[in-house]
Design a protein around this ligand. Structure first.
Ligand code: 5GP
Ligand code: ZN
Length: 137
């Protein structure tokens, strides 16, 4: 448990939360300020600040759990779509520095219609080739 981490305190039961799923590795809670009805957060029980620190086996388990919950929540909430969101670093919008995966049900008639939209940029000549060489792995 990390000092002053709100999600560690939730997992330790020191701060109340609404838990919709729990197993030995994860607790899934409702977000306190939801982007939509049913917005939930998958939290690993161990403290890992972000995707870089999260062990690979837990990353795989988190995605497996996300699939299971996306199906379950879509069935129960009758939502029309679903976003998985995961922020790393302040510049990327992370505000709680304990890894978490957002499960966000989307509704045709719901709030936050512009959630996750951005302005599309254009690559300059040669830039795509440079990126291909840099990133190919
Ligand atoms: P981030 O911006 O780091 O990706 O997401 C952090 C999320 O945690 C936000 O959506 C925020 O509403 C949620 N959150 C922050 N504090 C609490 C809390 O005490 N309880 C719950 N359930 N959610 C929280
Ligand atoms: Zn923590």
């Amino acid at each position: 448990m990390a000092d002053n981490c709100i999600f560690c305190k939730i997992i330790a039961g020191e701060i109340p939360s609404t838990t919709i799923y729990e197993d030995e590795d994860f607790q899934v809670i409702l977000d306190i300020n939801p982007a939509s009805k049913g917005h939930a957060l998958i939290l690993p029980k161990g403290h890992y600040a972000n995707i870089y620190q999260l062990p690979e086996d837990l990353a795989a388990k988190a995605m497996k759990l996300a699939k299971k919950l996306a199906e379950h929540m879509t069935d129960k909430l009758q939502c029309d779509g679903f976003n998985l969101v995961q922020n790393n670093g302040e510049v990327a919008g992370q505000t709680v520095f304990h890894f978490h995966l957002h499960l966000i049900p989307r509704y045709l008639d719901g709030a936050n219609k512009d959630l996750l939209t951005w302005n599309n940029l254009q690559y300059k000549d040669g830039e795509v080739k440079q990126l291909e060489e840099l990133l190919k792995c």
